[in-house]
Design a protein around this ligand. Sequence first.
Ligand SMILES: Cc1ncc(COP(=O)(O)O)c(C=O)c1O
Length: 329
Amino acid sequence: MTVNYPPKLSLAQTPTPLTLLERLSAQVGGPRIWVKRDDMTGGVVSGNKIRKLEFSLAAAIEQGCDTVITCGGVQSNHCRTTAILCAQLGLKCHLILRGAEEPADGNLLLDKLAGAEISYYPNTEYTARAGEILQYWRDYYAEQGCKAFAIPVGASDGIGLWGYIAACKELQADFKQHGIKPAHIITATGSGGTQGGLTVGNALYQLGATVWGINVCDDADYFRRKVLEDMRQWQQWYQQSLEVSQLPINVIDGYVGAGYARASEAVFATIKKVAKSEGLVLDPVYTGKAFHGMLDQIRQGRFDGCDDIVYIHTGGIFGLFPQRQQLHY
Ligand SMILES: Cc1ncc(COP(=O)(O)O)c(C=O)c1O
């Protein structure tokens, strides 16, 4: 399948390995669980966001921008990755963070080290005025004689989708190498772009899998709408013939718990168990919650009748440290 990609910067350490969790799969007793190690896409830039940012930042540079504005939670992995990559590329970075300033730890510490400008907005104001806030800062930079490129939350839009479309090309090669044909691909969903990219890529590269997003915030309806919107934007912006509205958007709801970034004791127990039995480290905000949900769904029989499933490890390690107390060591 020939897919015509837009300009892309080569920033991530790819291809990432696809590894089998042998002990855990045997313990759980369902299909074999494979993990696409996107927690290994880099050091301080590790995780899923760098795959999307390879395309978003290429567009920023192509448009002659010297400044990047993006937004997210105070412990956003996306913001951290953007801040570090901007420093690597010599671009100015301005982060609009939702919430109050916290002690410099985890992702926020790295944002500061990378020299990002940071503005904090209370939750309610950020939610009600996100578009206006972004425009305010764009105008501010224009007045300074700078050209700013705005990247939406999680780089989840028509451009960012390319990241996980490209990852599907990698998965196609991984499956061939290991001689497997996984029936399901499972990921954490936070802003929808990873799931959207996987859904499109699964169709373009004919992987023959069912793509599932386990949402870590909001609900299934929200993500069905959001993922479709991103896929439509991709189809329109790049004049693609693939009819995205025909693609299934599968969201497994029920594992958000008390809210975004708030994980239950059971999720922390899964994080500990997986780290100890497989040396695979998950985080409480995204990958731990979704992995926990996946194990629960295996036990409930959702993935019965197939040999292999793939979990996309989307990174997030730095989000573990500010929540260290919940590990009770
Ligand atoms: C570590 C990690 N995993 C998963 C996700 C979810 O990906 P997406 O925002 O593309 O839905 C995010 C970001 O939201 C993340 O930082």
